[in-house]
Design a binder for this molecule. Structure first.
Ligand code: ASP
Length: 330
């Protein structure tokens, strides 16, 4: 029995964690997200008594309060991120039941790294944990990782066990605690699906929950800098990866597409691109047309060092911004 009681707000958005076979009774039929009531029927009971954590579970709503169906996260858009950020903002201080210690978002794994990155920038001046989790196997499966991920997420969000509060957007998944805007989905099937290849893990969850305090960002004092959610997002962006033999016309079709505002350019190694003049000309035209182009390396580890090689100077001279060690998702 825990020594203190925590209150956690849980937002259900969909994903494998809450999925069921589309044809009832046929486990081989494609998985589809179940509704909140069905999910709740599988969630563990008695957590208040056993762990000292109580939670309120709600499903996603749009900005006007209308229900949004749970999704496979392959369908996530920046609109969903606005709904999620808005949901947290509405209950950040608490509700009629009292204050919340932290928040959990149940989400599909496919685009979890994008959502955790986006929310880390949208939820400003956080002083409480926002934990995103999901699972590789659905909650009804006998070997599911959904229950352990869910309960661990609750414990971290509620700082159950006396561990430090993590005042940022994080993933709790398969016994790891990871910074949300550093995370990448590394496996489509292993239970340990996520890593932060360019940042240490923030904690591990085994028999005990151990948080690496030295890697946490400091909590904001909300009496000085109040929490707020940034809901304005630019969605006219593209993600373009270089490959040997890429044609200037292919790059032009994306970067000079009318209406585009910015692009992530996934380059080689420490930020290098082919020196082909026609290719660099396209980039020059795109920057001149006001597109913001950010140079991100295709390597999971390491960073862009613009100007280290002549092969990256060409981008730098044309106004491409170095993304240093940002992940493409961030
Ligand atoms: N397709 C699922 C989703 O992203 C995969 C998962 O949740 O693991 O919603």
């Amino acid at each position: 029995m825990a020594d203190r009681k925590s209150r956690v707000y849980v937002l259900y958005t969909g994903g494998t964690l809450g999925m069921v076979p589309s044809e009832p009774g046929n486990p081989a039929s494609p998985l589809v997200p179940a509704d909140q009531a069905k999910l709740e029927s599988y969630l563990p009971k008695g957590l208040v008594k056993e762990l000292g954590v109580e939670y309120v579970l709600e499903s996603l709503r749009d900005l006007k309060g209308a229900p949004v169906d749970p999704i496979d996260s392959s369908d996530v858009t920046s609109e969903h991120w606005r709904y999620m950020a808005n949901a947290i903002a509405k209950v950040y201080e608490g509700d009629e039941g009292g204050p919340y210690d932290g928040f959990v978002i149940l989400h599909g794994t496919d685009t979890m790294a994008y959502t955790s990155s986006a929310l880390s920038f949208m939820l400003a001046n956080l002083a409480k944990p926002v934990v995103i989790t999901g699972s590789q196997l659905p909650i009804f499966h006998p070997r599911t990782d959904a229950v352990s991920n869910f309960v661990n997420a609750l414990c971290v969000a509620g700082a159950i066990g006396g561990q430090p509060v993590i005042p940022e957007v994080i993933l709790v998944f398969a016994g790891t605690v990871l910074r949300g805007n550093r995370v990448r989905k590394m496996s489509s099937s292993a239970l340990l699906g996520f890593e932060t290849p360019n940042y240490p893990s923030l904690g591990t969850i085994g028999e005990h929950i151990r948080i690496a305090s030295e890697y946490l960002r400091p909590a904001t004092d909300n009496t000085v800098a109040p929490f707020y959610a940034r809901l304005d997002l630019e969605s006219a962006v593209a993600d373009v990866s270089l490959f040997p033999g890429i044609q200037p016309a292919q790059l032009e079709a994306v970067l000079l597409n009318a209406g585009l505002r910015g692009a992530v350019l996934r380059t080689y190694g420490s930020g290098n691109a082919p020196s082909t003049p026609a290719l660099l000309k396209v980039i020059e035209k795109a920057v001149a047309a006001g597109r913001i182009i950010v140079n991100i390396t295709q390597c999971p580890q390491g960073m862009v060092e613009a100007g280290l090689y002549e092969a990256s100077s060409g981008l730098l001279e044309r106004g491409v911004i170095s993304g240093l060690d940002l992940t493409p998702e961030a």
